[in-house]
Design a protein around this ligand. Structure first.
Ligand code: PGA
Length: 246
């Protein structure tokens, strides 16, 4: 039985004050029957680490450099994240792929550098609306995942995968549980061909997950939790989604 995981992706939202309030609301509602992670903006990481110390709520980042150190102005190294006790990092979010031209291989390299330093990468894959309508969903997500599988080799089983259809992110248009499950089953099959640990790996769904649709999504056999954007910014909404994961 896989323990479910719910990760909040705060994106570029909030302030010191609102972050502290959100974290207080999330910790006050413990215990949870799932693993809970908050992926906060870089400047708030150290305060998140302090606020969450002693709690089982984990903190993560939303991106990292593919390099460990060096002359890479503006980049953040996974070594720095690990310094803050950061346990997770989102890599390959569609907003990074789209606005920062991140390639499949760059995403895979980031996942590799994270794992090498004990930080679990949450690797995002997902098709655009045009790709779905052209019948390319399977080919796109397989190509994105395959780059990571090949780069990670035998460590592939240690990543978390998030299926996030781009057309469902921030649009209020969620994949139906059946649509999401169909893609998760494809991803699981691809992972099974790559690692004997595939049935222990967690595959998250992301894209307009809300308190009222989370339970139906999480009830699908290959959906092991969620990556939550907009609904992770309000403690009561995020807590309700975490409660739906059991
Ligand atoms: P959303 O975002 O829940 O606001 O759709 C999900 C994500 O981008 O991770």
């Amino acid at each position: 039985m896989r323990r479910k995981l719910v990760a909040g992706n705060w994106k570029m939202h909030g302030s010191r004050a609102s972050s502290a309030e959100l974290l207080a609301g999330i910790t006050a509602a413990r215990p949870y029957d799932c693993d809970v992670v908050v992926c906060v903006p870089f400047p708030y990481l150290s305060e998140a680490a302090v606020a969450l110390a002693g709690s089982d709520v984990r903190w993560g980042a939303q991106d990292c450099s593919a390099f460990e150190q060096g002359a890479y102005t503006g980049e953040v190294s996974v070594l720095m994240l690990a310094d803050f006790g950061c346990r997770y990092v989102i890599v390959g979010h569609s907003e990074r792929r789209q606005y920062h031209a991140e390639s499949d291989q760059l995403v895979a390299d980031k996942a590799k550098v994270a794992l090498a330093r004990g930080v679990t990468p949450i690797v995002c894959v997902g098709e655009t609306l045009a790709q779905r309508e052209a019948g390319e969903t399977e080919a796109v997500v397989k190509r994105q995942l395959s780059a990571v599988i090949h780069t990670l080799g035998h460590c592939a089983s240690e990543m978390v995968v998030a299926y996030e259809p781009v057309w469902a992110i921030g649009t209020g248009r969620t994949a139906t549980p059946e649509q999401a499950q169909a893609v998760h089953a494809l991803l699981r099959a691809q992972l099974r061909a790559a690692t004997p640990q595939a049935d222990h790996m967690r595959l998250l769904y992301g894209g307009s997950v809300k308190a009222d649709n989370a339970a139906a999504l999480f009830a699908q056999p290959d959906i092991d939790g969620g990556l939550i954007g907009g609904a992770s910014l309000k403690a009561s909404d995020f807590v309700a989604i975490c409660r739906a994961a059991r």
